[in-house]
Design a binder for this molecule. Structure first.
Ligand SMILES: [Zn+2]
Length: 236
């Protein structure tokens, strides 16, 4: 009985953490979007941000161009803050501390081989993936006027900190929606379908050529299709 209670409490905290991460996480797709975010975090005196896939260079600045390793594009906002601080701090403890955070994040980056999926749905999760794909179709017909493309739905065993993820279409990368298996097991089908709907709003943004973010267009569409705006869920 007690252990069940403890488990419930723990599940509750896990749940809150995950929602908080979804709230904070806002996907960036380009060097320009990263540039805009870094400026919000205090970056000044830089004319351009470029992404590199050079493993040795994490962050470098020359002739007012800031080069950032592409693995930092969707780093946590604390790491983006460290990049802004690193550029802005001349020397001393602040610069050193920012540098440490950048190096620590670099150690977590696994560069994905180009054109290859990093993870596939586990065979035991295939039925769940099919079930979610059926809901994707149903929601598409009912809420999106059948406007969305049919895209692969993947169930992920690796995703621990995020409930769901939409991969925008890019050259050489096919779009997909990934749903965390842990999320389904912990929170059930109803919550999972809500996450699906949230990711479908991102798919809608992408297919319309809108930025994939949680901005005004996202909130308006989310309201229209009955997905709670992320901020509201996070505050719940
Ligand atoms: Zn989102």
């Amino acid at each position: 009985m007690l252990s069940a209670l403890v488990r419930r409490v723990r599940a509750h905290f896990d749940h809150r953490d995950q929602l908080a991460i979804v709230f904070e996480w806002c996907e960036l797709r380009s060097a320009d979007e990263l540039f805009a975010r870094l400026k919000q975090q205090g970056l000044r005196g830089v004319h351009e941000v470029k992404l590199t896939n050079n493993r040795r260079t994490m962050v470098s600045i020359a002739s007012r161009t800031l080069r950032v390793q592409e693995g930092f594009l969707n780093a946590p906002s604390t790491v983006h803050q460290a990049i802004a601080d690193f550029v802005m701090a001349r020397r001393g403890a602040a610069k050193l501390s920012a540098q440490r955070q950048i190096v620590a994040h670099a150690a977590t980056i696994e560069l994905a081989p180009r054109g290859r999926r990093v993870e596939r749905t586990h065979p035991d999760d295939a039925a769940l993936a099919t079930r979610i794909a059926e809901w994707h179709q149903k929601y598409n017909d009912e809420k999106f006027n059948s406007e969305l493309s049919m895209i692969p739905i993947r169930v992920s065993r690796r995703m621990k900190s995020r409930l769901g993820h939409y991969t925008p279409k890019r050259t050489g990368v096919a779009p997909e929606i990934a749903i965390s298996r842990g999320h389904f097991r912990c929170h059930g089908l109803e919550e999972t379908l809500h996450t699906l709907l949230h990711e479908m709003v991102h798919q809608w943004q992408d297919e319309r050529g809108l930025p994939v973010d949680h901005g005004t267009a996202f909130r308006r569409k989310a309201r229209a299709v009955g997905a709670l705006p992320t901020a509201t869920r996070a505050l719940k």
